[in-house]
Design a binder for this molecule. Structure first.
Ligand code: FMN
Length: 187
């Protein structure tokens, strides 16, 4: 194929939304933000209203250079973030996974996730929940439905629900591995 025949590649950096839910590991989301930036993404964070309480908002905003989105904007207000080229839901709670799969849209994060399917935005999800939550039959069905929608699902096993039990390190980078093909489209 000659250079003339090759499809034009976008020259800007791709924009990744990191959707943060209210799981205990959420406070370390800076690990994912930094890794994503080093890989070539620009990053904006969307937190669930509960998730907002689990993160250092000022540190996240300083690191991304963008305001965190959590509540819906008012009609007529400009969009605070550029459109997403890909979305990483990390950490993803039991609650948000089930609501997303069911099509509920009562948080900004869920609204973005529900629309991402129809908009064809590549989306990866890193579930973070315990085995007691994962045993609920709705959870398997939710994951099956999300997979059928084309959502890329991380491999982390549910952790021990015993209070004080050790939790395996959360593999933030797996979200970037899952979305690597999308990043390649910008190279
Ligand atoms: C300290 C703490 C840690 C939590 N960790 C988790 C977790 O790892 N996974 C999970 O699904 N829920 C966890 N929860 C429960 C969620 O915070 C709760 O279900 C919340 O409503 C989820 O909201 P969201 O899905 O809108 O972010 C935790 C709660 C607390 C107080």
């Amino acid at each position: 194929m000659s250079d003339e025949d090759r499809p034009a590649r976008p020259t800007r950096r791709p924009f990744l939304y990191v959707v943060v839910c209210a799981a205990g590991v959420a406070g370390d989301v800076g690990t994912l933000i930094t890794a994503a930036q080093e890989t070539g993404w620009d990053v904006g964070v969307v937190a669930t209203p509960q998730g907002l309480g689990f993160i250092d908002a000022a540190a996240v905003e300083a690191r991304t250079g963008h305001p965190i989105r959590s509540a819906s904007r008012r009609p007529g207000e400009p969009r605070p973030l550029p459109p997403a080229d890909a979305i990483a839901v990390a950490p993803a709670t039991f609650n948000t996974i089930n609501k997303w799969a069911a099509g509920a849209s009562d948080t900004l994060a869920l609204g973005i996730l529900c629309e991402a399917y129809g908009s064809g935005i590549p989306t990866a999800v890193l579930p973070c929940l315990n085995a007691a939550q994962a045993a609920h039959p709705a959870y398997r069905q939710s994951l099956d439905r999300l997979r059928a929608m084309g959502v890329l699902v991380g491999t982390r096993e549910p952790h021990d629900p015993t209070p004080g039990a050790e939790i395996a390190p959360f593999r933030w980078e797996e979200a970037l591995d899952l979305l690597a093909p999308r990043l390649q489209e910008f190279r």
